[in-house]
Design a protein around this ligand. Structure first.
Ligand SMILES: NC(=O)c1ccc[n+]([C@@H]2O[C@H](COP(=O)([O-])OP(=O)(O)OC[C@H]3O[C@@H](n4cnc5c(N)ncnc54)[C@H](OP(=O)(O)O)[C@@H]3O)[C@@H](O)[C@H]2O)c1
Length: 235
């Protein structure tokens, strides 16, 4: 039987790397990207262990050329992708108050967190359309919810992820008739470099929660926004 294939961006550390480990442990074929594969020691040691089950590619999601090259390389290795996980993301450090938000910071955050997933979806959709599961999962955040925003701040991050949520919703509508599922997940305040030292959720809990959402997702859940625990969140 052919293994289910999953593509993951930002796979060298944090949630991306955690998902790679978990998918491999469950027998999936993993197509993982990161900016600098030659420096991605943990990913490379997994590649040595799992052989043909893990393919590692270079991709900077802020670059059209890089995403195109990534897509061409994957297309030479496999004819279809069953599950696509848009994981790569950035969180600008420090508090952001209006009047002090650097437009370059805002631009880079949107370039990575919004345009990055957009580029990945546009490039890989033909492969996903040929896949058996046809699932697009975008790692967003509660901070991208307009209705749950009661504390303000973090302009760059919130705006970039709110737009990512809209991308997912639009995809779920446009691609519904083709059976393509698109949803967004909040991974919890997870213990990664981004989550920082005070993060509450062990990485393994976040990853297992995300996995269970992916594995259980049907067209009924498409267009949804889910906490890693499985509960639905408001946009
Ligand atoms: N941790 C949390 O508490 C939390 C909460 C809510 C949402 N999230 C979301 O979860 C996702 C993963 O976050 P994380 O906690 O695992 O963060 P992380 O440990 O900081 O990892 C971020 C990943 O994104 C990659 N990345 C950044 N810019 C990139 C680019 N231009 N092109 C390709 N890859 C790029 C990084 O690669 P490099 O190593 O090359 O920098 C790294 O692999 C993000 O989308 C984040 O917004 C996290």
């Amino acid at each position: 039987m052919i293994a289910t294939s999953v593509l993951i961006t930002g796979a060298n550390r944090g949630i991306g790397l955690g998902l790679v480990r978990e998918f491999l442990a469950r027998g999936y074929a993993v197509f993982a990207s990161c900016r600098q594969p030659h420096l991605a020691d943990e990913l490379q040691s997994l590649a040595s262990k799992y052989g043909e089950k893990l393919h590692v590619y270079a991709c900077d999601v802020t670059s059209d050329d890089s995403v195109q090259a990534f897509c061409q390389a994957v297309s030479q290795d496999v004819g279809a992708i069953d599950i696509l996980v848009n994981n790569a993301g950035v969180l600008p450090r420090g508090d952001e108050k209006i009047g002090e938000v650097g437009v370059d910071t805002l631009r880079h955050t949107i370039e990575t967190n919004t345009l990055g997933p957009f580029r990945i979806v546009q490039a890989f959709l033909p492969l996903v359309r040929r896949g058996r599961e046809k699932k697009l999962l975008h790692i967003s955040t509660k901070m991208g919810s307009v209705s749950l925003n009661t504390s303000g701040g973090a302009y760059s991050y919130r705006m970039s992820k709110a737009a990512l949520n809209m991308l997912s919703q639009n995809l779920s509508i446009e691609l519904y008739s083709e059976g393509v599922i698109s949803l967004v997940v909040h991974p919890g305040w997870a213990q990664t470099d981004m989550g920082g030292a005070r993060a509450a959720v062990p990485l393994s809990d976040s990853v297992r929660g995300i996995m269970s959402i992916i594995e259980q997702a049907t067209l009924r859940e498409s267009g949804g926004f889910f906490n890693y625990t499985g509960e639905a969140l408001a946009f």
